[in-house]
Design a protein around this ligand. Structure first.
Ligand code: PLP
Length: 452
């Protein structure tokens, strides 16, 4: 590839920002108004992390597409950062949600749907017992609490640059010298995470063993494939080693499938036969209605029951009044029964093949030093020649200016990519035309970048 002209890149970004501002006057107006009542002008702070000067305000969304208040239509490859992996408002889920809304939303009593869901989760993921939360974050928190409770150990081991929701123990990273410390940007940590956590690089088996050998790790919390600092696959044999070492040193293994659920209906665990003590998931499980789940083995359940008083179960730090509410569970049932089906996965994978090929062809035609990573129907491109094998390498490979340019270029032409990296998730309603269009826009971005 011709050497990238950085001054030109900065200029191109400015041109795209100007175009964005000119074409989104209503979003801008709403944003200025929103700043008077919401911090940062958004309901949740992440929503300011888009590449334009303000977030796009959405009018409506359906399937793999949405419209903004300025009348633009978009192909949505972000899909609520996996929360809408089902496509927006899938018909079967909407019907079940409508039915349930008129029949009781939350009771703090179970309904029969919960059993159906528990049995289905058992079938998909292989773990025996299930509990419900409102978010994947809470699923992780509660699995951690249970692991600490049954092992009597204080620490949680995570991987450098992982993300598992706003779980305090996970905001720990390694610095350039390989020393652990609080992750940059972590707000008001209750305690320095080196007190609560250990951190090692993914795919580093000796480092994992060295960290577990202390005998103070209650649980290793891992995505089976890292997805939040880009997609980083486990090297051959890594999961076997992770399972063997956690058993050898008496630590629980928690596998977080919140993003890797795009691998198969049973996630990465179902497809590759992992055997964790706990499994957590959230985001798309209820088609976007808040819901999370955590499952665990018979052995964990036995150890837990032996150490819990029933009349104290509401103050154990595990639960939540709205967790397991009737609406969320009806939505999970409909989503599992009718939406996140093998047929849907097959269709999305085929579309992802097409999407990936479009990028690969362009990379090859222009001899770009870029690569593509893939997990199920999650696809992303990276601005580096060799695939990072751990979070530290991946973090060092981030090119914020190129990221911003590619995102803005796409956004200004009706394509929403996942923020924070160049990731696309395919939905069942994504069309072949959407993919073709993305391929064309991606190619035009490259041509513009390298033009003299
Ligand atoms: C792997 C993983 N686990 C858990 C979470 C937390 O999800 P939520 O914010 O919905 O609680 C995320 C969020 O991005 C995630 O990527």
């Amino acid at each position: 590839m011709p050497i990238l002209n950085r001054a030109r890149l900065k200029r191109l970004i400015q041109e795209e920002i100007q175009r964005f501002q000119q074409e989104h006057p209503k979003s801008n107006e709403l944003y200025l108004r929103a700043r008077q009542s919401m911090q940062g002008g958004v309901p949740m702070l992440w929503m300011i992390r888009w590449p334009g000067s303000f977030p796009i305000f959405v009018k409506n969304a359906r399937g793999a597409h949405f419209e903004d208040v300025d009348g633009h239509s978009y192909i949505d490859f972000c899909l609520g950062d996996t929360g809408a992996m089902t496509g927006h408002s899938p018909v079967e889920s909407v019907e079940a949600i409508r039915n349930q809304v008129g029949n009781g939303i939350t009771l703090m009593l179970p309904m029969e749907d919960a059993i159906w869901v528990g049995e289905e989760l058992q079938r998909r993921f292989g773990l025996k017992f299930w509990q419900f939360t409102l978010t994947a974050t809470d699923a992780n928190r509660f699995a951690i609490r249970m692991a600490r409770h049954i092992t009597g150990r204080p620490k949680i081991l995570v991987f450098n640059y992982c993300y598992h929701g706003s779980v305090d123990e996970t905001f720990i990273t390694l610095d350039e010298k390989g020393l652990p410390g609080p992750r940059s940007g972590n707000l008001g940590p209750p305690i320095n995470p080196i007190e609560t956590s250990r951190v090692v690089e993914f795919n580093d088996i000796p480092a994992l063993e060295e960290a577990l050998i202390h005998g103070d790790v209650a649980a290793v919390l891992a995505e089976p494939v890292m997805t939040n600092i880009g997609i980083i696959h486990p090297q051959p044999g890594y999961h076997d080693a992770l399972r063997k070492l956690t058993r050898k040193y008496g630590s629980c293994l928690i596998i977080d499938e919140t993003h890797t659920i795009c691998t198969s209906p049973g996630g990465y665990t179902g497809k590759f036969g992992l055997d964790p003590d706990f499994l957590t998931c959230g985001k798309p499980l209820a088609s976007g209605i808040p819901a999370g789940v955590y499952g665990f083995t018979q052995q964990v359940a036995d150890a837990f029951w032996a150490r819990i008083q029933h009349d104290e179960s509401d103050v154990g730090g595990v639960g939540g009044t709205l967790a397991g509410n009737a609406l969320s569970i009806a939505a999970i049932r409909a989503t599992l029964e009718h939406v996140l089906t093998q047929a849907m996965y097959d269709r999305c994978e085929a579309l992802a093949d097409h999407y990936e090929q479009g990028i690969l062809d362009c990379i090859s035609d222009y001899e770009l030093p870029w690569i593509v990573k893939r997990l199920g129907f999650r696809v992303e491109y990276w601005f580096c020649e060799t695939a990072p094998i751990n979070g530290g390498e991946a973090n060092a490979a981030v090119d914020s200016d190129l990221d911003r340019f590619m995102h803005l270029w796409a956004l200004n032409r009706g394509i929403l990519m996942t923020p924070f990296h160049n990731m696309a998730l395919i939905a069942a309603d994504t069309t072949e035309e959407d993919i073709e269009y993305h391929t064309r826009i991606f190619r035009e971005a490259v041509q513009t970048l390298i033009a003299e």
